[in-house]
Design a protein around this ligand. Structure first.
Ligand code: ADP
Length: 295
């Protein structure tokens, strides 16, 4: 199973170029699409989910043309969109039963079996009679995965699934997602570096509609190995440091700024070397396009 995206471009009618010649090769397993807000992630996800057309380019899923053979792709697809609307009064069990029916599971006993196994998989069996409107953010996202899995998909797309989850909900969700990747392609779009470092065997960084990097997280890290240095400074000193160094991120700590810079050699000036992490890789790439990020 593989997904090959070639030279995909999309400009909205207001002139915003959301995808600019995007090419990616996505293999089986968990693939992280990492980029800041407005990078074009949802546009790409909706295009892959056959909900939106591109202007040019091609997307091939195991020989199937995703851009034209939409119905066939939909039969293979599980999609958890960014804004996942739920009918608030209906129970989780009833809703999943309805979704299974729409996906063509005609026999009531087959549906009962499917719905129960999905509820167990996402750890919502005990909550199955509760109305969806009473679910917490984490429960809603887990329900979203259950509905995406209903048709036994071979391509699963989840768009910004952990935004708004608290740390324990996020952990549970990570555990659930990590079980999906084995026999399918799972594409996870996110602006949260930890999502990718925790879950993904392959990744891409996208910004302003362009792919800036793709590969494994450790390939990204090794590209920057030995090039990251840090120093604690006063907030007021930041602008002068920006003039002399490639500042890739800053983090406030006890009222001071912890500055991380990228440099091919020791910058001196009180900076000390520090191990490269995936966040450095992300910030280093997007610094080509945007101002440094304050965490
Ligand atoms: P992301 O998911 O990475 O935040 P999006 O794909 O939602 O990025 O958006 C990419 C760019 O396209 C942004 O500048 C956004 O404002 C713009 N955009 C998204 N959807 C539309 C639309 N329907 N019409 C016009 N512009 C849009």
């Amino acid at each position: 199973m593989e997904l090959i995206i070639k030279n995909l471009s999309k400009t909205y009618s207001n002139g915003v170029k959301a995808l600019n010649d995007v090419s990616l090769h996505v293999k089986q397993g968990m693939f992280g699409l990492l980029g800041p807000n407005g990078a074009g992630k949802s546009t790409l996800m909706r295009t892959l989910a056959t909900l939106q057309d591109a202007d040019s380019g091609s997307v091939i899923l195991d020989g199937l043309d995703v851009l034209t053979e939409k119905q066939k792709v939909r039969e293979m697809l599980g999609y958890l969109p960014q804004d996942f609307g739920l009918y608030p009064r209906i129970s989780a069990e009833k809703m999943l039963d309805h979704i299974a029916q729409m996906k063509g599971v005609i026999k009531k006993s087959d549906r009962k079996f499917l719905v129960e196994s999905l509820l167990n998989k996402v750890n919502l069996f005990k909550d199955r009679k509760k109305a969806l409107g009473t679910f917490s953010g984490g429960m809603k996202q887990r329900f979203g995965i259950a509905q995406a899995l209903a048709g036994n998909p071979s391509l699963i797309i989840v768009d910004e699934p952990t935004a708004g989850l608290d740390p324990s909900e996020r952990n549970r969700f990570y555990n659930l997602l990590s079980e999906l990747g084995e026999n399918t392609i799972v594409i996870l779009s996110t602006h949260i570096v930890e999502d990718v470092s925790t879950l993904c065997s392959n990744m891409a960084i996208i910004c302003e509609g362009e792919v800036l990097m793709s590969g494994t997280p450790s390939e990204g890290i090794s590209q920057l190995k030995g090039r990251i240095f840090q120093k604690s400074i006063e907030k007021s000193e930041l602008d002068s440091y920006k003039l002399e160094h490639k500042v890739i991120s800053t983090q406030l700590k006890e009222g001071r700024l912890n500055l991380r810079v990228e440099s091919p050699m020791e910058p001196g000036n009180g900076f000390s070397p520090t191990p490269t992490n995936l966040e450095d890789v992300y910030f280093s790439f997007i610094a080509q396009k945007m101002d440094p990020i304050t965490l």
